[in-house]
Design a protein around this ligand. Structure first.
Ligand code: KG4
Ligand code: ZN
Length: 339
């Protein structure tokens, strides 16, 4: 018998609903909240209000696109955390309401596990899936981690950032340059025609598999401040080169730790996930490094890199397979460790 899961994601500023039948994606609807652009970052209060307005139409479209009705679902998977509490509450309450009304179980999902398991969403593109155990570099606006993934329900954080996340570094440096939010995709685009050796920026020396990006952010800020003192047009006249230098430094920091993780765990199945895994420079650099080192590299489809409910639904699917559902009185949590 096939299993139909409705997934709900509302951890930050995207309201998303998805339907999967077994592992196969039937629909994945994402409503981005444009309102934050004018503030240069996500405003939590506005995000939760927008989720309230968006959630019913988004779910409605997801069901219609999937060609099913709410009566067909076997379980509702929702993001329990980590994320913005007000935003999480909207998705969690909605999911529980639907589950109660339909008499089906809820499955509380860790958002980070969702990003990792996005590699297992089956669709018309039939992408190869990582084989267990694999290492996953999870890079997003809120997280930068290396995960040792032993199975769909068995993963361990083996390295993580001690301060800012890689996506945060992109976004904060973009803000310094006067670029719009979110800065990651804008930097990615500008960097395509820039010289990555234009600026020399500080790289951290953090032991083990942990990361740090706050030093890079400061180095970027001070470098631009000094250059602007000499030439007030420095940013406006060198945007592609500045972006390429910054992006290249972030990629070098990330990939150095991946290399180290491969050596430590002797695993050559490497995946990336999370918003920053959409970065074209990172994708290319990882692919090239993988070819050089004989790794099997798995790049997620771009549509599964930033926050989406398909990745929450797929975790719901694997949870249900392993017999795990969740109580209705479990509250969402802003901080929710994966292991
Ligand atoms: O996974 P995600 O949607 O949300 C979190 O869970 O944080 O990631 C959002 C982050 C933002 O920091 C955004 O700037 C970054 O992903 N991002 C990118 C690119 N696309 C999104 N960073 C670099 N290059 C991109 N192409
Ligand atoms: Zn995310």
């Amino acid at each position: 018998m096939s299993v139909i899961i409705l997934g709900i994601e509302s951890s930050c500023d995207d309201t998303s609903a998805a339907v999967i039948r077994d592992q196969y994606l039937l629909s994945n609807i994402i409503s981005n909240q444009e309102i934050h652009k004018s503030y240069g970052g996500v405003v939590p209060e506005l995000a939760s209000r927008a989720h309230q307005a968006n959630i019913i139409p988004v779910v409605d479209v997801a069901l219609k696109k999937a060609g099913i009705t709410i009566k067909d679902i076997n379980a509702v998977a929702y993001t329990r955390g980590p994320g913005l509490l007000g935003s999480l509450l909207v998705g969690a309450s909605f999911a529980k309401g639907v589950a109660l009304a339909q008499g089906v179980p809820v499955i509380a999902v860790n958002h980070l596990q969702g990003h990792v398991l996005s590699h297992f969403i089956k669709d018309e593109f039939n992408m190869p899936q990582p084989r267990f155990p694999f290492l996953c570099l999870l890079v997003s606006g809120g997280h930068t981690q290396i995960m040792l993934v032993k199975g769909p329900m068995e993963m361990e954080v083996v390295g993580q950032t001690i301060d800012d996340a890689a996506g945060e570094a992109f976004d904060k440096c973009a803000k310094v340059m006067g670029l719009p939010y979110p800065g990651g995709p804008v930097i990615d685009e500008l960097a395509k025609t820039g010289n990555p050796a234009f600026l020399k920026l500080a790289k951290p020396s953090i032991p083990g598999l942990d990361f740090s990006f706050s030093g890079l952010k400061t180095s970027f800020l001070y470098t631009l401040r000094d250059k602007l003192a000499e030439d007030p047009q420095f940013i406006s006249q060198n945007k592609p080169d500045i972006c390429a230098s910054l992006q290249n430094t972030i990629i070098e920091i990330l990939l150095a730790k991946v290399e180290q993780a491969v050596k430590m765990y002797k695993i050559k199945e490497i995946a990336i996930a999370g918003g920053v895994s959409a970065n074209s420079g990172l994708r290319k650099a990882l692919q090239e490094l993988g070819e050089k080192r004989g790794w099997q590299v798995y790049l997620p489809q771009k549509r599964y890199t930033t926050d989406n409910a398909a990745m929450i639904a797929i975790v719901g699917y694997f949870s249900l397979l392993s017999g795990k559902t969740s109580p209705l009185d479990e509250p969402p949590l802003a901080r929710l460790p994966i292991d």
